[in-house]
Design a protein around this ligand. Structure first.
Ligand code: LLP
Length: 431
């Protein structure tokens, strides 16, 4: 199996973190998001320990909540001592109402409204990741109105192509995110930030993209960033104490994706940053990384019930499930590969090939094409693996489909973290 938390039991049922998925589907209904709490904590601890071991003192990961955001994840992370990346008033509210200490939050986003900025300051968010000039001025003005000094880092674009899907590549000069180093605008905004009365500049941030398996893009980003930190020191005397290299390490969606050792990648990036600091004669900044996908993706699995099985003679076969692009839009958006398994008969011969499709009125409502599995019967349980990142957080109510619940699994118990949306919930804001 692609991850060690997945197996098959004596009944031939797929198991997840030791739980029989067919029994979980009976208990909670389908569609159903499962999250393996133990796996989430394993990844968090692996990142935190590796960064502590290989990087300068104070270096640590931030969990990027956009990958999976609900109150329970922040409760789990609170005691782990890691920081979080938040991108909206909604994420800030979710984390702070779960009791997460907001001084450990970094506020991202390329277009924070004045209201977002005010709300973040009222929620005592520790650090803003300022994306551009307009925002710098707004943060300075609002901090002044509130009588606070706001810690910030500046998001800059190092001008790198990380060789990933273009919709999840973000570090190029023409990106909508950040301020480009190449054009001189990053230096300009740095000088402006240093001159702002109500702002304390701590350092710099970059994020090159997502689902990246090699360390090269991070090493290259590190090189450009350290050189930039040196140039800033030379021109202004300001020496950055913090360098955030963003998120983006990849995960295995299928057997075709390589296995990845996060500690190894972290060590490679760390050793490059360290030797560059030495070469440039600057002090080693504290390093932050912002993993989202690699913390939660393989901690997730989605269970569906099979509905219509359609064989179009001479053409193709369809297996329709009781969810689809509303709970997992990633094939529709990126043609993302997934491993699909008939959980009810996981050991049976995979002699039927079909497109697994959702129930929306939309031909693009596809979970995966060309899936080989035992021919499923109506009512059997189908599992899609590695759905812990960017599934629940990107779910929608298109076709007025209610969103599935999230059930957490740990070594002691299974429990609801998010309830199933009811039909009433769907109309709760309608006048
Ligand atoms: N930091 C920043 C500033 C980001 O923009 C992102 C992701 C992350 C960290 C976390 O990246 P990760 O470790 O999860 O790769 N919806 C897409 C992914 C978009 C990622 C957006 N930013 C997907 O489903 O693949």
């Amino acid at each position: 199996m692609i991850c060690d938390n997945i197996s098959v039991n004596e009944k031939g049922h797929l198991t997840f973190n030791g739980y029989d998925t067919v029994e979980l589907a009976e208990k909670y209904g389908t569609p159903l998001y499962l999250m393996d709490e133990d796996k989430i904590l394993q990844h968090v601890r692996e990142y935190a320990a590796a960064m502590k071991k290989h990087m300068p003192e104070g270096s640590k990961p931030e969990f990027a909540g956009k990958a999976f955001c609900c109150r329970q994840i922040y409760r789990l992370l609170k005691d782990e001592g890691i920081d979080i990346d938040v991108v909206s008033s909604g994420e800030i509210y979710t984390a702070s109402s779960a009791g997460f200490p907001m001084e450990r939050a970094y506020f991202h986003g390329n277009n924070k409204t004045d209201r977002d900025i005010e709300f973040a300051m009222e929620s005592k968010v520790g650090c803003f990741v300022v994306d551009g000039l307009d925002e710098l001025e707004a943060v300075n003005r609002i901090a002044g109105e509130k009588g606070v000094t706001q810690n910030i880092i500046l998001r800059v674009t190092p001008g790198i192509d990380p060789h990933t899907h273009k919709k999840i590549s973000t570090g190029s000069v023409d990106s909508k995110f950040g301020t480009a180093i190449e054009t001189g605008q990053a230096m300009e905004i740095t000088k402006k930030a240093l001159a702002c009365e109500n702002i304390k500049l701590l350092g710099f941030h970059c994020h090159v993209g997502s689902q990246i398996f090699e360390s090269d893009p991070f090493v290259t980003a590190g090189e450009i960033m350290i050189k930039f930190i040196f140039d800033v020191k030379t021109e202004t005397g300001f020496e950055a104490g913090l360098l955030n290299l963003g998120g983006g390490l990849g995960v295995r969606y299928t057997e075709n994706d390589p296995e990845i050792c996060y500690e190894e990648k972290i060590a490679e990036v760390a050793s490059s940053v360290k030797s560059l600091c030495k070469d440039f004669g600057i002090k080693e900044p504290k390093i932050m990384m912002e993993p989202g996908r690699s913390i939660v993706a393989d901690a997730g699995m989605t269970l569906y019930s099979v509905g219509t099985v359609k064989e179009i003679t001479g053409y193709k076969n369809y297996v329709s499930i009781d969810g689809g692009m509303t709970d997992n839009p990633r094939y529709a958006l990126y043609e993302s590969p997934y491993t699909v398994i008939l959980a009810s008969r996981a050991n049976d011969n995979k002699d039927f090939t079909a497109s697994v499709v959702g129930r929306c009125c939309e031909s693009g409502d596809i979970i995966q094409e060309n899936v080989a599995l035992a021919k499923p019967k109506r009512g059997e349980i189908l599992a899609v693996l590695t759905t812990g990142a960017y599934n629940y957080s990107m779910a929608s109510n298109y076709n007025r489909v209610n969103r599935p619940p999230v059930v957490m699994l740990n070594s002691e118990k299974d429990y609801l973290a998010v309830k199933r949306e009811s039909l009433e919930d769907l109309c709760s804001l309608d006048i």
